[in-house]
Design a protein around this ligand. Structure first.
Ligand SMILES: Cc1cc2nc3c(=O)[nH]c(=O)nc-3n(C[C@H](O)[C@H](O)[C@H](O)COP(=O)(O)OP(=O)(O)OC[C@H]3O[C@@H](n4cnc5c(N)ncnc54)[C@H](O)[C@@H]3O)c2cc1C
Length: 468
């Protein structure tokens, strides 16, 4: 198979790039090592749509996050990706942190975000009544928002496929071979040739970079563990409660989730194993200690689940996006802790880099409308609540997962969607099924039976006509 552009990695960043490029007269392939899109770092983060108020001013990351915030907010309204503009409050717990607030406000201004306000401790407790004792003041960030990271990834990848991109799952790139006018990628799914290769492989980006003869960075998997509390905890917190950030990152926060829960986390721990997405006892102890100080009432609530994600941290203070024009190869590396927000802006930036490198990109005039995604957000109507929908199709009235109120109709739709799930995990990310407090104890067997009945064979990738 021969493409104009091959994008390696179907996380949020690679999917956004494939979507952007397939809006032009190009043939695009999106290669993913795993059996599904969005199964790497993009599935396990804190799912906050950042304004970029606390980014390092002047960096590429700062520019991408603030642009990405607006692009993704707008895209969400067209596709139905659930977002809640809850706002955030950053809390100072000691004199040093209180003294840091004016500097953080200035930083927000330098990043082009002008709506932060410094508030006193009374205002902090009025905003978050269940906060632990000792808060001295805070900084409000009214536009920080919560979002569904799973739907973002799936919408971008679905859009790319609808635009004609070939999604090649189970295609792990293992070696490359340079040819006269491009590259052959040797993958676990067979060879794929392309004129240009874009490396959006996240935790594996340095390995792919090495295949092209570079040794410019090393990825360190930085684990972030999180605790998810039951939906009964949701009244305790209606906005994102942030600590004063440090050089290690954004610190441990308490936040509502788009699914109606509350989460506490993440930790920040450098590892060597790039597959270590398990949680740990020391991580929990650390989080519980932080949570006890932040919001003691939260610790009385029941825990629904725990999870961990790995940030692709690199030894470089900014995103590393560089084109190697001699090899028709572009690296998108170090998208560490803001890629969910910045993904669509990174895609625009990559497009512009490719144009600067000489690739001719003619926009298409025949683009399909963006996909309309099923709503997974707790704050918006879901099929079990919609009488008209149930009357028209009783499968939307048959609840299978009672914790999350997921219906048979939604599971069937997911199995018949453009990018159908390859396994139960993928079905979970498309519907919320098994995501609740019983963690599939009650519904697991029925979910498996429905999945086995409804699952579709993977659609073969169709090569769009190359127009170069
Ligand atoms: C704990 C935590 C909290 C975070 N919180 C936020 C947040 O609140 N807001 C925010 O904006 N960002 C957040 N992030 C960051 C965000 O999740 C990431 O920046 C983003 O998901 C990165 O997307 P990606 O596409 O670059 O990587 P990934 O999602 O990891 O995708 C890379 C893909 O490449 C594939 N791949 C790797 N090697 C190969 C190969 N050889 N061949 C083919 N495919 C390959 C992988 O299987 C993977 O699917 C957080 C991250 C973590 C870990």
């Amino acid at each position: 198979m021969n493409y104009d552009v091959a994008v390696i990695g179907a996380g949020i960043v690679g999917s956004a790039i494939a979507r952007e490029l397939s809006g032009h007269q190009l043939s695009v392939a999106l290669l993913e090592a795993r059996d599904d899109v969005g199964d790497g770092t993009s599935k396990a983060n804190t799912a906050i749509l950042h304004t970029g108020f606390d980014a390092k001013p002047g960096t590429l990351e700062s520019a991408m996050v603030s642009r990405g915030y607006h692009l993704l907010s707008d895209y969400a309204t067209h596709t139905g990706i659930p977002i809640e503009h809850t706002g955030a409050i950053l809390v100072a717990w000691d004199g040093e942190q209180l003294a840091a607030l004016p500097g953080l406000k200035d930083k927000a201004e330098a990043n082009g975000y002008h709506r932060c306000e410094i508030v006193d401790s009374d205002a902090v407790y009025a905003a978050v009544p269940h906060l632990g004792p000792g808060a001295l003041g805070g900084l409000t960030v009214p536009d920080e928002s919560i979002i569904c990271t799973w739907t973002v990834n799936l919408a971008l990848a679905t859009d790319a496929v609808n635009r004609g991109a070939a999604l090649l799952r189970n295609h792990r790139v293992e070696s490359i071979e340079k040819t006269g006018d491009g590259t052959v990628l040797h993958t676990t799914g067979g060879p794929v040739s392309a004129r240009w290769v874009i490396n959006a492989a996240g935790l594996g980006a340095d390995v792919i970079d090495g295949l092209f003869g570079h040794s410019r960075f090393t990825v360190t998997p930085r684990r972030g563990e999180l605790i998810v509390y039951d939906k009964l905890a949701r009244p305790l917190v209606d906005k994102i409660v942030l600590p004063v950030p440090t050089s290690r990152g954004k610190g441990v926060l308490v936040s509502p989730t788009i699914y109606g829960n509350v989460m506490l986390g993440p930790t920040s721990e450098d590892l060597t194993d790039r597959t270590a997405t398990g949680t740990s006892e020391t991580g929990f102890e650390f989080l519980l200690e932080k949570g006890r100080a932040l919001m003691p009432r939260l610790l009385d609530e029941e825990v629904t689940a725990t999870y961990a994600g790995l940030r692709a941290a690199i030894d470089h203070g900014d995103y590393l996006i560089e084109a190697d024009t001699a090899q028709n190869y572009l690296l998108v590396g170090g998208i560490r802790s803001t890629g969910l927000t910045a993904g669509m802006a990174i895609a625009e930036y990559v497009r512009d880099q490719l144009v600067s490198a000489g690739l001719i990109l003619a926009p298409r005039t025949d683009l399909p409308a963006p996909p309309r995604m099923p709503n997974l957000g707790e704050a918006f109507p879901r099929p079990y609540q919609e009488a008209d929908k149930i009357a028209a199709d009783p499968a939307y009235g048959r609840i299978v997962c009672f914790c999350e109120r997921v219906t048979e109709g939604e599971m069937r739709d997911a199995c018949q969607s453009v990018i159908a799930p390859a396994a139960l995990e993928g079905l979970r990310r498309r519907t919320r099924v098994m995501n609740g407090r019983c963690q599939a104890f009650f519904c697991g067997a029925e979910v498996q039976a429905i999945f086995d009945r409804e699952r579709q064979p993977e659609r073969p990738a169709v090569l769009q006509e190359t127009t170069r």
